[in-house]
Design a protein. Structure first.
Length: 179
């Protein structure tokens, strides 16, 4: 196990005193730099900053940042959720580290797709069957993993098969973080 011990700090961002969203940081007692290229290889949509020795990732509307000696999650609803999120991320790091011999590390920086790039591949009917007012709103939420491709039934019609395939290779598919 790579991370065995850490100190948890949960706070409201200093620029937003009294805000109802929280940030959480796990201060680590080990250096996790070596695991970052393995996370980069396995977390779709992650952006690795080799020079800064950091990796950022968006999951369910939360921004996650992995650094050498800390893991931070922002925009979390409450303290309990912040703790749960961080514990899940630590478990993810440990699982990835344990599986590293089966993963080819990736040292490249990958760009997150823009909402417009995603929108161009959607049916663009604004039919609202996904519950969003427009396809563009749906694209915005897809890029930050707040919606899934399966939420757009139109995409699964045969006429959109090529677009669906292209989207599967493009969008950020944030895997569930196990505990
Ligand atoms: S269901 Fe699909 S096609 Fe309809 S508005 Fe939502 S994203 Fe657009």
């Amino acid at each position: 196990m790579l991370i065995e011990d850490y100190e948890l700090e949960v706070s409201t961002p200093p620029c937003e005193p009294g805000a109802e969203r929280f940030s959480a940081i796990a201060h680590l007692k080990v250096d996790i730099s070596e695991v970052l290229p393995y996370l980069n290889a396995t977390l779709r949509g992650a952006v690795y900053h080799k020079q800064a020795n950091a990796l950022t990732w968006t999951k369910g509307g939360h921004t996650i940042a992995f650094h050498a000696s800390e893991i931070a999650a922002s925009n979390v609803e409450d303290k309990d959720e912040a703790v749960k999120e961080l514990e899940g991320l630590i478990a993810l790091v440990n699982r990835t580290w344990e599986r590293r011999e089966k993963i080819t590390p990736d040292f490249e920086a990958h760009q997150r797709p823009t909402p417009m790039a995603v929108f161009k591949l959607l049916p663009q009917t604004n039919c609202k069957q996904c519950g969003e007012p427009t396809c563009y709103t749906f694209a915005l939420k897809l890029t930050v993993s707040q919606r899934k491709l399966e939420d757009c039934p139109v995409l699964f019609e045969p006429a959109y098969a090529d677009q669906l395939e292209a989207l599967r290779g493009l969008i950020i598919d944030a895997p569930a973080i196990g505990r």
